[in-house]
Design a binder for this molecule. Sequence first.
Ligand code: ZN
Ligand code: ZN
Length: 146
Amino acid sequence: MSFPALRQPNIIVQEKSKKIENEIQNVIVSLKNNKNLVVSSDAYHGILMGRNMFRCVFCRAEMELEFKFKDAHVNSQKHKKVLENYPHTEEHGENLIRKVDKISYYCTLCNVIVSNPFLIRHIGSEVHSQELQKAVTRALIYEPAK
Ligand SMILES: [Zn+2]
Ligand SMILES: [Zn+2]
């Protein structure tokens, strides 16, 4: 038996779920040869997710593990300025490598830091090629239908 809405006994308390939501946002990276790659926004911005915090590789900043702090950081002028100093290197092309400092690189496709001696091996690795393939495929999906 159903009651009209207003007369319904007020027993059911809706519990708000504390789900952590991380809406995955993507960034399209256009290469010089007109090839497009699509990577997640976090990966593009060098945001690593640790066990209890987010870390920005390029600003060397740490944030509490809350998406709103991360989003605020990524959208900040400071971060945008800093990121401009770390462009994807031309020599590594579609592999989307940013040079962090003398001894380390950041792979945007894999969202990892790779130390200098292992960069070539990383680019040739199975994991990396799979990520590259995924980024290419995502770009195809993103392309407007003709
Ligand atoms: Zn940053
Ligand atoms: Zn990689």
